[in-house]
Structures are given as structure tokens and as C-alpha cells.
Design a protein around this ligand. Structure first.
Ligand code: SAM
Length: 243
């Protein structure tokens, strides 16, 4: 059975897509996508030999070698332009996902949806999308086995009615806190619109991490440590206001 995390990603794949799943590991997502009809064809890309072999095996066992092509290569190198409508990249850091998109930008022509699940560094990925004319159309945050995951769904600006200016317009949320672009990139423009309990848990955990950093900074008397500590303190205050 597909994990809750991968199911959330699967649900965002429009029916009948040609899917490319980059960093596919066991190719669980492409197999499930073809099984469910979300994808009519799929490519599973893997750079590392172990996961690549696992993907080949999984696709063989599922009997889908005709419709799922397992390819070994770095990021979007495994694709030809125009081959996929939807690209999924899940289970890596946001900066790695952004680097993969950046290096393969020529392969994104014709792609009409990106579904991305960064493990950390969501803000870096949102920034990349924002500055490369991809509009975040939806976001999800969920918890599974004690871990919190975010799923970002983006479409090319020319294909959506939404604009990044609308999505990231600075706004005051219900409790009267003003969210600027910086905080929207960090917390997520959609996640802050309808914060669920998992969103609260994530940011409570972030506060704990920040407090931990503050403790170690307090043992240093360097000016830079003092400045950094003040910055973190004001971030904590802000997050507490939001929660
Ligand atoms: N996408 C699957 C998921 O979400 O369950 C697997 C996630 S696994 C933690 C990350 C996978 O990405 C690993 O199998 C790794 O080999 C692969 N990977 C890392 N960098 C990559 C790159 N530049 N190109 C393709 N695959 C990559």
C-alpha cells in the first residue's frame, strides 16, 4: 500500500498524464500512478545504482515495462523535452530539488505541472518556483510516522489564472498578523491561508529547534552570535504570533 505521503502526491496527478518521477527509488509512485490511471505512461529516473536496480525490479514485477521506462541519470537528464506533462520529485531536500529543476530547465518546456515534496528547505524551493514563473497553485502538509511532509503543486504562469503576485500578496491573516513575502515563502502562501494542526505542529517544532540554537549561541560572546540570536528571537516571536 502506498504511503500517505506518496498518495497525497498521486492525487495531484491529473488523470491520463505522462509522468516523470525523478529520484524514483523503488518506482512506487509511477507504478501506482499507472495502476490508478493517473498516468498513461511514466518514466522513473534514478541517478544511483541501488535505487535504479530497485526501480527496474519493481517495474518488471508489476508487469508494466511497456508503459514505465526506468532510466539512469542525473535529474532531468533522463528526459527529452516534451516527453512528460507532469514531473514529480519527492523525498529530497528543497535545495537539491531546486538545483535539479534549474539545471534541467530546458526540459520543463511542455510540462504543465510540478508536484514536489521537499523534506527540508521548502522556502528555497518556493523561491525557485516564484522566480522562474511557476505559480504555486496548491500546498499540502501532512504527518506520517511522526514526520511532517509538505507537498507543493505548481503550474507554469502562462497556464494558470493565478499569478504569483496574487498568491504571494502580502496579507493580514485572521489573527491580525501581517505576512510579508519572506514569511509567505517560509511558511507557504496556501498553508498559512488554512493552517491545519500539522502546520501548527511543524512550526512548534521549528521554535524548539530555534530555542536549541539560541542556547548554543548564548555560550558565545561574539558580536555575530548576538546579532544572530536577536534575529532568531524575533523570528520566534513572530511564529508564536502566527500560531
Ligand atoms: N521519490 C521517492 C520517494 O519520495 O519515496 C524516493 C525518495 S529517496 C529518499 C531520494 C532518491 O533520489 C534516492 O533514491 C536518490 O538516489 C535519488 N536522487 C538523488 N539525487 C538525484 C538526482 N540528482 N537525480 C536523480 N535521482 C536522484
Amino acid at each position: 500500500k502506498l504511503s500517505k505521503r506518496l498518495s497525497q502526491i498521486l492525487e495531484q496527478i491529473p488523470r491520463g498524464s505522462r509522468l516523470a518521477d525523478i529520484g524514483s527509488d523503488h518506482a512506487l509512485l509511477p507504478v501506482a500512478a499507472v495502476e490508478s490511471g493517473a498516468a498513461i505512461k511514466a518514466i522513473a529516473g534514478e541517478v544511483n545504482p541501488g535505487p535504479y536496480d530497485a526501480a527496474v525490479k519493481q517495474v518488471m514485477e508489476s508487469g508494466m515495462t511497456e508503459v514505465i521506462s526506468v532510466r539512469r541519470g542525473d535529474g532531468l537528464d533522463v528526459l527529452s523535452a516534451g516527453e512528460a506533462d507532469v514531473i514529480t520529485i519527492a523525498g529530497m531536500g528543497g535545495s537539491l530539488i531546486a538545483a535539479i529543476l534549474d539545471r534541467g530547465e530546458d526540459k520543463l518546456a511542455g510540462v504543465n505541472r510540478l508536484i514536489l515534496q521537499p523534506n527540508v528547505g521548502e522556502d528555497i524551493l518556493r523561491k525557485w518556483l516564484y522566480s522562474h514563473a511557476w505559480v504555486l497553485i496548491e500546498e499540502f502538509i501532512l504527518e506520517e510516522d511522526g514526520k511532517i511532509y509538505e507537498v507543493l503543486v505548481a503550474e507554469p504562469a502562462e497556464l494558470t489564472n493565478l499569478t504569483n503576485e496574487q498568491v504571494y500578496s502580502e496579507r493580514t491573516i485572521a489573527i491580525g498578523v501581517e505576512l510579508n513575502l519572506d514569511w509567505l515563502l517560509r511558511m507557504g502562501p496556501w498553508l498559512t491561508k488554512t493552517p491545519n494542526p500539522v502546520f501548527h505542529d511543524k512550526w512548534k517544532a521549528e521554535i524548539e529547534k530555534m530555542n536549541y540554537i539560541l542556547q548554543s549561541l548564548s555560550r558565545s560572546d561574539q558580536d555575530s552570535a548576538v546579532g544572530k540570536a536577536n534575529e532568531i528571537r524575533s523570528d520566534i516571536e513572530f511564529i508564536q504570533e502566527v500560531l
